[in-house]
Design a protein around this ligand. Structure first.
Ligand code: 5GP
Length: 204
């Protein structure tokens, strides 16, 4: 069976990445999100095994030692990593796979799999990003300023990606992401592999 494509999606917090990716996989068949391992605390509403595999630091370090991670990084004081075997199994089954990872992980993936397609999602303006990071307005100024600094740090790496999507209008941004996935499925290589009998019959 033809291998699926690996998509890397990165964004600063507040760009709407998680909602866009959720809609993307619901709107298309044959595409899944890889569930990362993390050492960070579970947030309210998050489900172990669905949003992340929540693990303790020693377990994470043991996985690093065993070479279980395709990529991993320390992001905001916690470890995050992508299971190599899980991703390989999905790709081998012909599924397209999305990795929602930061710029450090993206670099590691590109180094191992130059064919991976990488997308960076940007907010529509600095003001809108600040508004989204301020949330309900209950957080202290220093906390919001720290989130803003982290977001700007992540955005400085936007030029390492193949595609940029600006999330101003959600529906437009979603359509743009869908287009990237669909276009990739129409490459000569993918169509020739998937439709080898058709091509053989047409050219007979
Ligand atoms: P959060 O804790 O808010 O869910 O995620 C924080 C950051 O970690 C986000 O930028 C997210 O993309 C990144 N992240 C989540 N999972 C992974 C992973 O498996 N690897 C890497 N390198 N980054 C990840």
């Amino acid at each position: 069976m033809a291998q699926g494509t690996l998509f890397i999606v990165s964004a600063p917090s507040g760009a709407g990445k998680t909602s866009l990716v959720r809609e993307l996989i619901e709107s298309l068949d044959g595409i899944q999100v890889s569930v990362s391992h993390t050492t960070r605390e579970r947030r309210e509403g998050e489900v172990d095994g669905v949003n992340y595999h929540f693990v303790e630091v020693p377990s994470f370090e043991a996985m690093v030692e065993q070479g279980d991670f395709f990529e991993y990084a320390r992001v905001f004081d916690n470890y995050y990593g992508t299971s190599r075997s899980a991703v390989q199994a999905m790709l081998a089954a012909g599924q397209d796979v999305i990795l929602e990872i930061d710029w450090q992980g993206a670099r590691q993936v590109r180094a191992q799999l130059p064919d991976a397609v990488s997308v960076f999602i940007l907010p529509p303006s600095r003001e809108e990003l600040e508004r989204r990071l301020a949330g309900r307005g209950t957080d202290e100024h220093a906390i919001i300023a720290r989130r803003m600094r982290d977001a700007v740090d992540e955005m400085t790496h936007h030029d390492e990606y193949d595609y940029l999507v600006i999330n101003d209008d959600f529906t437009t941004a979603l359509r743009e992401l869908q287009s990237l996935v669909i276009a990739r499925r129409l490459t000569l290589e993918r169509v020739s592999e998937h439709h080898a009998p058709l091509l053989a019959a047409l050219l007979d």
